[in-house]
Design a protein around this ligand. Sequence first.
Ligand code: ADP
Ligand code: MG
Length: 371
Amino acid sequence: MPSQELFVQTVEHYLAPIKAYLADPGVTEVMINRADEIYIEKDGQVSRTDAKFADQEAFEAAINNILQYTGRSLSDDQPLVDSRLPDGSRVHVAKAPCARNGTAVTIRKFSKMVLDVDWLIELGTLTRQASDFLNLAVLAEQNMLVAGGTSSGKTSLLNALSSFIPDEQRIVVIEDSAELQLQKNHLISLEAQQPDRYGSGAVTIRELFRSSLRLRPDRIIIGEVRGGEALDMIQAMTSGHGGSMGTLHANSPADALNRLETMALMSKVELPLHALRGQVASAVDLVVQMSRHIGGRRLVTQISEVDHATTEAGHYNLRDLFTLRRADGDDQADKQMQLTWTGERSAMAGRLSGEYQDQITDTIKPILGMD
Ligand SMILES: Nc1ncnc2c1ncn2[C@@H]1O[C@H](COP(=O)(O)OP(=O)(O)O)[C@@H](O)[C@H]1O
Ligand SMILES: [Mg+2]
């Protein structure tokens, strides 16, 4: 394996046209659609830049040179490649014919700043009351899903929420591509591996899951649920790994449960639908919905609790505890929208052990029916 130093130099040399954006901490994403069509996301706003590579060949040569350092190459039988830059930034390359206008590259920068809960509250992503509630939910080992669209802040929120996990608990993190930066000591982080250029050495999320159960975790955190591993997660959640968490792509809490179900069906394990629904309902306690708003703001738009029993017709019972509401007396859209308790009572009080009583702040007592 060539040295890291050489890798850094290679990147600096070949990616010279976009070097300034890679160095700018405000830039979170660099999107190269073509050699002469480069967009960036900066402070939440996407804009086109003047930057360009000499020509499409120079651009593709640059990408190939960089990929070499991660043991990957752009070939006709591997047109989609995930890789990383030395600083941890994620690179996704799509080559023709998949990319119909020629090779395209997206670099999602590895933000060195970890958003903690206090910062998220300051950004207006959630309120103190909602954060206190989620803190208690983590302590009470509620299984939680963070749902939302692409780049809605799911991973960042999951990262922040993990800080509520007691220090003595052992955590195993499973990710397709390592993104989470949990500030925890008792932690094992597993990352899936793509096959090398000869097609061997692949390690899937599902394999990591199986191995993780032997690592004796108290909790399992799965960066993003995308496929059949949903079933492994559901089963882990219902069998002694309470307090597990993960993110998934979904537009609402109900959509999140439906997608989880669909993904679990991809596991090729034969399970009747009603049985699977029963498992999903008993596995997931809370869904935290995120969305991305104008100006790059990310908001928690909903926190819903899942009943452990489905309806007679086999549907999920969801109870919205928090929703986005317009703050009193304000009729300006979006900016004044605030995550607000709906007045619905959480069933969590019954699942709380005594040791966390002092974490129950006055603001969340009414939610637990303790006022
Ligand atoms: N609450 C937030 N407020 C503002 N920006 C955020 C927030 N959460 C995340 N971001 C930024 O949005 C981008 C996407 O965040 P990420 O958590 O990776 O989203 P997702 O996992 O939904 O794709 C990152 O650049 C991150 O720094
Ligand atoms: Mg994510």
